[in-house]
Write a protein that binds this ligand. Structure first.
Ligand SMILES: [Zn+2]
Length: 259
């Protein structure tokens, strides 16, 4: 079989171990998104499908170094609940799943993990707890470091420094949305609306037209009165996608420099 990327849920336990013993998938990408209305021209899977698309492209480029986990397809979307079909996870439930996923991966020896998000509503909740998660996970899951290197710890900032800046720490957990890797000046050149990520506008619609054409209702794009939707194109989506993919590749490569 011609495998070009690894997806956790597609492997058996034996295959997982075999690949780990061969030094494969030292890093994991966790695609995170939402299941929520995206107007009348994009399906509800837009956000998770886009983060999965980027993750898959990156995993192919970095094969065999990257494992993609099962997607976290539900996100925090109370603000879309007026519209039929939207599913919203409450912040506590959502954050619990993400944390448990991180802890599970670390317990299986995967120390470099990128949470790759595709939904704006997930950003603030994750950023709010992320530093606390890192401290907890590095302190409890990292067997390879002497946390304090015989230093005397006098206050909490020294404690945080000892954990986060210990050069022997080999856990690297990052959180990014896929659009973090696309600079505003590039968006300004490509998009007439210059808005991103937005919601179902020129940015997302262009990306979907290029990367996920099966989720786009082109008749609704053409009949839309919204300027951003009308101005969307697959060419714009291609440029934005490539930028994001290259940015994620660089970030994973940075993570892989340390063992
Ligand atoms: Zn979206």
């Amino acid at each position: 079989m011609d495998i070009k990327l690894f997806q956790l849920q597609s492997l058996t336990r034996e295959e997982f171990l075999e690949h780990q013993n061969l030094g494969h998938f030292k890093a994991a990408i966790v695609p995170i998104g939402s299941t929520e209305q995206h107007l009348n021209h994009l399906s509800m899977s837009m956000d998770i499908d886009m983060s999965r698309y980027i993750a898959h492209q990156v995993a192919e480029k970095l094969y065999p170094n990257v494992l993609i986990t099962s997607p976290v397809s539900f996100g925090i979307a109370e603000h879309h609940m007026y519209f039929p079909g939207t599913i919203s996870a409450k912040p506590g439930s959502f954050l619990s799943i993400i944390f448990d996923l991180l802890e599970s991966l670390l317990r299986h020896g995967i120390k470099k993990i990128l949470l790759l998000n595709g939904h704006g509503g997930n950003v603030s909740p994750i950023e709010g707890v992320y530093e606390q998660w890192k401290l907890h996970l590095i302190a409890t899951q990292n067997n390879s470091i002497n946390l304090f290197d015989n230093k005397i710890i006098n206050d909490h900032s020294e404690y945080m420094d000892a954990i986060l800046n210990n050069t022997n720490n080999n856990i690297d957990i990052r959180f990014n949305s896929y659009w973090d890797f696309i600079p505003q000046d590039m968006v300004d050149l490509i998009l007439e609306t210059k808005e991103y990520p937005g919601h179902g506008g020129e940015f997302e619609t262009s990306l979907a037209m290029y990367a996920l054409p099966h989720i786009v209702r082109m008749d609704k794009v053409q009949s839309s009165n919204e300027i951003g939707i009308q101005k969307s194109s697959s060419d714009k989506g291609e440029k934005l996608s490539i930028q994001s993919i290259n940015g994620v590749v660089n970030s994973i490569n940075e993570m892989l420099i340390t063992k």
